[in-house]
Design a protein around this ligand. Structure first.
Ligand code: URA
Length: 187
């Protein structure tokens, strides 16, 4: 891991979102998995249950993984860039992302996955520091800190664009997950 990456300082606080009423949502899945999935931030369901990707988006994500033959309990570790739910499910601010990143880097270091999937624009920009349209990068393997990283569309975007037609986001994402399955089987 790059020496410039900061480590978490204050264990009592992740960022200003982690007020006492907000649950800190850390992870779901297998901490020994080769595949890490990183999303944006917990929503209402995630905050209630205390696990990432357990709401509507999570159900679709699970389905995409399972359709590709990936075991969601054995093969995957799920987490988010930001550990607490932003009010009204707004996008996390730059400051919130910066304050949460050291925790995410610690998770990556501990789990040490071979493959990382960046789900949606927030994870894509936060990790790769690329300010561009995710549609230009989705489905592509990128080398990051010696790991294979692939950005994919966020399932909440797919829920708003449910067409199954070839060339549309849903069918592109299905094929991205097939590529991911192929890669984890190969590694
Ligand atoms: N969206 C995310 O990015 N992460 C979650 O955990 C839930 C919804």
């Amino acid at each position: 891991m790059n020496k410039n990456i900061p480590s978490p300082k204050d264990v009592s606080k992740v960022c200003d979102l982690s007020k006492p009423i907000n649950k800190i949502v850390v992870s779901r899945g297998n901490p020994l998995a080769k595949l890490m999935i990183i999303g944006e931030a917990p929503g209402a369901k995630e905050e209630e249950i205390g696990e990432p990707f357990v709401g509507r988006s999570g159900k679709l994500l699970d389905k995409l993984l399972q359709n590709a033959g990936i075991d969601i309990n054995e093969d995957v570790y799920f987490c988010n860039v930001v550990k607490c739910r932003p009010p009204q499910n707004r996008r996390p601010t730059k400051i919130e992302i910066q304050e949460n990143l050291p925790w995410l880097y610690q998770q990556i270091k501990l789990v040490n996955p071979r493959v990382i999937v960046l789900v949606g624009a927030t994870a894509f920009e936060a990790i790769l520091k690329i300010k561009s349209r995710i549609s230009l990068f989705r489905g592509k393997w990128i080398d990051w800190e010696g790991k294979l990283v692939m950005p994919v569309f966020h399932p909440s975007f797919l829920l708003r664009n449910p067409s199954k037609e070839e060339g549309k986001p849903m069918s592109l994402t299905k094929s991205d997950f097939l590529k991911i399955k192929e890669k984890i089987d190969f590694l």
